[in-house]
Design a protein around this ligand. Structure first.
Ligand code: NAP
Length: 250
């Protein structure tokens, strides 16, 4: 059965790049003609539907990646049946909202990030669905989430993904202003964040302990952490997470 995509924008483009990278046959994916649909079909050989109704006719699994405010209206217009699985990437849009718009279909929520293009998206999944988990695995590690409340909390990480890039950019700019070649500065800043993530993901020691082991008393890591703490950096970070969670809970 084909995968259909409705809402071929920024996120869907990254997902499609990830699927191509993992060797998916482009003809087995049918795109809505809106957004980047026409251009991606012409460039890579994806099937192109004349309209959303054709996507629904030809695909059993449908990735919905329209803006959250459009999700319910677009879903209601699709006339999905019991043989359809609607896989929504729309942030903050609940299963109940989507089920209200498509009562017959199976509804699954996912939350990928654009690193899907490189097979590196930690993608949230709720409720668990084996077939959806299998195709998501082509985009990076799949993280099944146990409840919708937890899903909203976990979705904050999709915003953190952007903030981490802003921090990497700020670090790279600082290094370049202080004389490092710009491309060296960017690659170093990015690889440093990757290294930090890898360490916390793979070393089973408690995070506090790992950080303490880096912050030698009187050393450079401690000096910087003290400055960040004294200037409210971590309080501000918590506050930003709160802002996002509140938005997601609507
Ligand atoms: N951006 C990310 O990194 C990211 C990450 C995770 C989740 N998400 C979620 O993914 C969704 C899309 O985000 P985005 O950043 O990709 O937005 P986007 O670039 O604005 O893409 C949305 C797309 O939906 C299309 N669209 C709107 N109404 C449609 C309809 N009735 N039928 C078919 N297509 C329609 C738009 O086409 P037109 O241009 O023709 O209007 C546009 O191409 C959001 O719900 C967001 O929460 C995004």
């Amino acid at each position: 059965m084909m995968l259909g995509v409705i809402g071929v924008g920024h996120l869907a483009t990254a997902v499609l790049r990830g699927l191509m990278r993992s060797g998916v046959e482009p003809e087995s994916v049918i795109l809505s003609p809106r957004g980047h649909g026409k251009a991606l079909a012409a460039a890579h050989g994806f099937s192109l539907a004349a309209d959303n109704a054709e996507v629904v006719r030809r695909a059993g699994t449908i990735l919905l990646a329209v803006r959250p405010a459009d999700a319910a209206t677009v879903t209601a217009s699709l006339e999905l049946g019991a043989h359809h699985t609607l896989v929504s990437a729309c942030a903050g849009v609940t299963v109940a909202t989507l089920a209200g718009a498509a009562p017959a279909a199976r509804i699954v929520r996912i939350m990928p990030v654009t690193a899907a293009a490189y097979g590196a998206s930690p993608t949230l999944l709720y409720p668990h669905d084996g077939a959806v988990a299998d195709w998501l695995a082509q985009l990076g590690p799949v993280i099944p989430i146990g409840s919708e409340e937890e899903f909203e909390v976990a979705t904050v990480s999709a915003a953190v993904y952007g903030w981490a890039q802003a921090l990497i950019g700020a670090g790279a700019d600082w290094s370049a202003r202080h004389g490092l070649p710009a491309e060296v500065a960017r690659q170093l800043a990015a690889a440093t964040f990757t290294a930090a993530g890898r360490m916390l993901a793979e070393d089973p020691a408690p995070a506090d302990e790992l950080i303490r082991s880096l912050a030698t008393p009187g050393g450079i890591t401690e000096a910087g952490l003290d400055h960040l703490t004294a200037n409210g950096a971590f309080t501000a970070w918590d506050g930003a997470c709160d802002v996002v969670l509140k938005r997601l809970r609507g």
